[in-house]
Design a protein around this ligand. Structure first.
Ligand SMILES: Nc1ncnc2c1ncn2[C@@H]1O[C@H](COP(=O)(O)OP(=O)(O)OP(=O)(O)O)[C@@H](O)[C@H]1O
Ligand SMILES: [Mg+2]
Length: 224
């Protein structure tokens, strides 16, 4: 199976070398657990390797705001953006004006830029705009089929907690499910990453300690 290195320190070692290519990855977690950082770190890593990456914001966060927040990380590169190795696009306007055409809007961007990694951040915004489980299920199904045909890795971020998993629509449909979480330990919030599933991959299970620093996210080999 062809694989794409994740760009997240420590994660390739847990997942037999990275994301399967093609595949759909859902990165779930509560607010501030590091979902956007995860997605961006992976995109910049790919860009550094010469790949094209596409970041689709579903909440219309202005690009300069995202870039300003990312500028603190060592993986950030102005050059990746200037040379369009990494392209930022807003799909939030489509979601608010014509949510039924969201898949076409995504396809249009993917066809234009032919990325190896695509991020939709957060896909929860699509669910909220469609406001209908059946429509969202169809969207996810069609998106999966489409992304597979494009031979790329799609990273979808989602507002999730462990309690949401049993009745979630999308968690069943994706190839890989990664949950970011935090716990309060001795008055400090510690972050964790867990690979809950990764189809076709012998991966390490259980929560692992996650460090967030200027160099981005690093998964520790242990639960510490
Ligand atoms: N350089 C840094 N070092 C350590 N922690 C940082 C650094 N930069 C940001 N953070 C932490 O990362 C968190 C934000 O992570 P991120 O935006 O990736 O989370 P998120 O899961 O996407 O959040 P949301 O659900 O709000 O979109 C901040 O709340 C902050 O605690
Ligand atoms: Mg975010």
């Amino acid at each position: 199976m062809e694989r794409l290195e994740t760009g997240i320190h420590g994660l390739d070692e847990m997942t037999a070398g990275g994301f399967a290519l093609p595949s759909m990855i859902l990165v779930g977690g509560e607010p501030g657990t590091g979902k956007t950082t995860f997605a961006m770190q992976s995109l910049f890593y790919g860009a550094e390797k010469g790949e094209r990456g596409l970041y689709l914001t579903a909440i219309s966060e202005p690009v300069w705001v995202v870039q300003k927040f990312l500028g603190n990380f060592s993986f950030y590169s102005d050059k990746a953006i200037e040379t369009e190795r990494l392209v930022f696009k807003d799909i939030g306007a489509v979601l608010s004006e014509n949510p039924d055409s969201i898949l076409q809007a995504i396809q249009k961007n993917v066809e234009k830029y032919e990325p190896k990694r695509v991020v939709i951040d957060p896909v929860t915004a699509v669910m909220n705009s469609l406001d209908d489980v059946v429509k969202y299920r169809r969207f996810m199904h069609d998106l999966t089929t489409y992304m597979k045909s494009q031979a790329c890795v799609a990273i979808l971020t989602s507002e999730y907690s462990y309690a949401d998993l049993p009745h979630s629509v999308d968690a069943y449909m994706v190839d890989a499910l990664i949950i970011l979480s935090y716990m309060e330990i001795e008055n400090a919030r510690k972050k964790y990453l867990e690979v809950l599933k990764m189809r076709g991959t012998k991966h390490i299970t259980g929560r692992r300690s996650l460090i967030l620093s200027e160099e981005g996210l690093r998964v520790q080999p242990e639960l510490r």
